[in-house]
Design a protein around this ligand. Structure first.
Ligand SMILES: *Cc1c(COP(=O)(O)O)cnc(C)c1O
Ligand code: SF4
Length: 450
């Protein structure tokens, strides 16, 4: 295409972290108190951004409110005041390393590092042995965590994978080889989708990605229909698809998957419309779509970043115009710096409704707000009244007990509640929907589903 965007020269990816941020020219544009907060909070929670995010997405005249600054730079409010003061005090006093380390890990452990039974409940087995780097929670879909895809081009401040970025999680849990997954897929033909996730699997070099993909195409897995890639690279490093040395090879790999008669779905994580505003991001989407792959859009609602209907409407409109498909709006998970980022369910639902009403039918493919909770993806359908009591109307879009999907149920309304765990059944008949982590075989469910 003659009018396609071409960068004047390939730009090399360079991470900006706690170690080198002070050498960037933007550092001096950050007011002193915000700089101090970055230094303190980044000792506890992971911090990583890059020059593209800093130069092309952040408006430095709009600090601290700029949404991408909030999304990638640590903020004072992310720690409880006591924790913040504790670390600040230790830093000021030049505390010895082991004292600082102990304080840091104490604070991290208080931040609910493992929500929704991630590590313990969804790991499948093959001949009695746990399958590394795979989670199988919903019948048709498995998540695959390739060992080389467990970092990102920048870290979102709210990210629920923060424990792995600070080395709290032992990443031997990630998949080094694809062989056991192929075998598992052969034995479980109900699985139609493999989702490459991370971190961000698009951090892998194309050659590495290709080594993971090829066995999925050449092992006679007729039941595998869709290869999905969960990625934020279009937002944080679109050069991955445009000008990186192996960008073209990556697109050829997508084409190769499609020639092997599988669908390629790029599950793009987009937090804010500014991520779709740069010529290179638009070119990334155009190039991905030119291979026959589809680009879907999903993200949580995050206070200080995208907690307004207009922001979401703009994001979906911009995405649709570029050929993306709005898919999920999530509720921010109950981990990490949630006190700073969370939005009450009642408000998230209002944000969703207000945005939905502003887009046409092709943007209304989006579903939400949805909570990825222990039992499944809980869809907030609305706020209503049952027997003259205010109630949340809910349903499962996905459930570890597949028979519960798409049956409405109700919870007591409370305008402050921010997560599924705090909801209570409205009536006795709603109780079976509140699956508990320790009672996976819930006898009530059987009666309900039959
Ligand atoms: C969201 C999610 C999926 C994918 O669900 P879809 O509704 O098919 O997009 C798969 N596994 C887990 C654990 C998930 O949270
Ligand atoms: S891109 Fe995704 S995995 Fe990476 S930090 Fe952001 S939310 Fe977390």
């Amino acid at each position: 295409m003659s009018n396609a965007f071409r960068p004047s020269r390939p730009v090399k990816y360079r991470a900006v972290t706690r170690q080198n941020v002070k050498r960037t020219r933007e550092w001096t544009l950050i007011p002193r108190d915000l700089r101090k907060a970055i230094e303190i909070v980044s000792l506890v929670l992971p911090f990583r951004t890059n020059e593209y995010v800093m130069r092309d997405l952040i408006d430095w005249s709009n600090l601290p409110d700029d949404p991408i600054f909030q999304l990638t730079f640590p903020q004072r409010g992310m720690l409880e005041p006591e924790s913040y003061d504790r670390i600040a005090g230790l830093m000021r006093g030049g505390a010895p390393k082991d004292e600082m380390d102990a304080a840091v890990s104490g604070i991290r452990l208080g931040l609910n590092p493992h929500p929704a039974g991630q590590m313990t409940h969804n790991v499948p087995t093959l001949d009695g042995r746990p399958l590394k780097g795979v989670q199988h929670k919903y019948d048709q879909t498995v998540l695959f965590f390739p060992s080389r895809g467990q970092t990102c081009h920048a870290y979102c401040t709210f990210c629920f994978r923060w424990p792995q970025f600070v080395g709290m999680d032992d990443m031997t849990f990630a998949g080094k080889e694809i062989g056991p997954l192929v075998e598992y897929l052969k034995r479980n033909p109900q699985i139609s989708d493999v989702i490459f996730t991370g971190g961000d699997p698009m951090i892998m070099r194309t050659q590495v990605f290709r080594e993971y993909v090829e066995p999925l195409l050449t092992s006679g897995l007729d039941s595998l229909r869709t290869i999905r890639i969960g990625t934020k690279a279009i937002g944080y490093w679109p050069q991955r698809f445009v000008s990186d040395a192996d960008a073209d090879d990556l697109l050829r790999t997508f084409e190769r998957i499609i020639r092997a008669r599988k669908n390629v779905a790029i599950m793009g994580h987009f937090s804010h419309p500014v991520e779709l505003s740069t010529p290179v991001a638009r070119e990334a989407i155009r190039r991905i779509r030119s291979t026959g792959a589809n680009v879907y859009m999903q993200s949580p609602v995050i206070r200080h970043v995208n907690d307004s209907s207009d922001t979401w409407a703009k994001l979906w409109r911009r995405g649709v115009k570029l050929g993306c498909i709005p898919y999920y709006m999530f509720v921010e998970r109950n981990t990490g710096a949630r006190n700073y980022f969370e939005v009450p369910l009642a408000r998230v639902w209002k944000i969703f409704q207000g945005a939905y009403q502003q887009v046409s039918g092709v943007g209304r493919t989006v579903r939400g707000p949805s909570m990825s909770a222990f039992p499944g993806k809980v869809h907030i359908l609305g706020i209503t009244e049952i027997d003259r009591r205010p109630a949340f109307m809910l349903e499962y879009l996905q459930c570890r007990d597949g028979r519960l999907a798409r049956t409405p149920f109700f919870a007591k309304f409370d305008p402050e509640i921010t997560w599924f765990n705090d909801l209570e059944p409205l009536r006795e008949s709603d109780r079976p929907f509140f699956l508990e982590p320790d009672s996976e075989t819930n006898p009530n469910v059987d009666s309900l589903a039959s």
